[in-house]
Design a protein around this ligand. Sequence first.
Ligand code: NAD
Length: 245
Amino acid sequence: MRLEGKVCIVTGGARGLGKAMVEKFAKEGAKKVYACDLNEEALKELEKTYENVKGYKLSVTDRKAIEEFKEKVIKEEGKVDVLVNNAGITRDALIQKMSEEDWDMVIDVNLKGVFNMTQQFGPEMMKAGKGSIINISSVVGIYGNIGQTNYAATKGGVIAMTKTWAKEFARKGAQVRVNAIAPGFIKTPMTKDLPEKVIELVKSKTVLQRMGEPEEIANTALFLASDESSFITGQVISVDGGLVL
Ligand code: NAD
């Protein structure tokens, strides 16, 4: 049991990578895993399956609701050990065709959402003197991608915030670690509608010649959440099967 006694929060926890992380953390003995998402039905299913999972309807864009959620968690549990900023969306288009609305929406969820959550929970971890924040970036945030100006900007921004917070939250000797995971192409609802041609191209460019499974990201998140990674902070771990070498 690698997360025994730990209180964890996973945003976007209802499906895809978030769900895989919630399940992994629950099975690894976390005291409580708060799965935050907009999809209440899916959250209820998770609650039914795992007694240590609590679903919470929350948008990472709603600053007031996040503050209320933080107060509730601190009141109920007294602490937060792990925050995974996973919620994310895509609204792809070439820059010529990208609407301001699609730019704003992706920035609001993927970039500001990570800021909103961390602004509430990071200081709580610092007060407690320990914690692990895991930001889900993307290979696209490192290398860019055609049609993803907005998304790439957020995922690059997440890496910059990761390094900044690794420094900020470790002040005064606090053992608060902040790391990012940069997944390659993983089989989730987000990637299921990609054209077959794109999927084949991605596979052919990947050293391991396949897409990743959500559990392969969850395993990395588990390592970063656990005390096994206690001397790792400010890092970006690519989990992409060797997509870019
Ligand atoms: P997904 O679309 O399958 O799941 C995302 C979840 O986030 C959904 O349950 C959705 O309801 C939730 N969500 C959306 N907006 C929200 C909001 N405002 N507040 C709270 N929850 C919200 O996506 P996924 O593939 O599981 O991706 C998870 C994360 O991993 C994202 O940040 C994504 O950018 C990143 N990522 C995914 C891949 C991939 O190949 N799947 C690759 C690199 C990075």
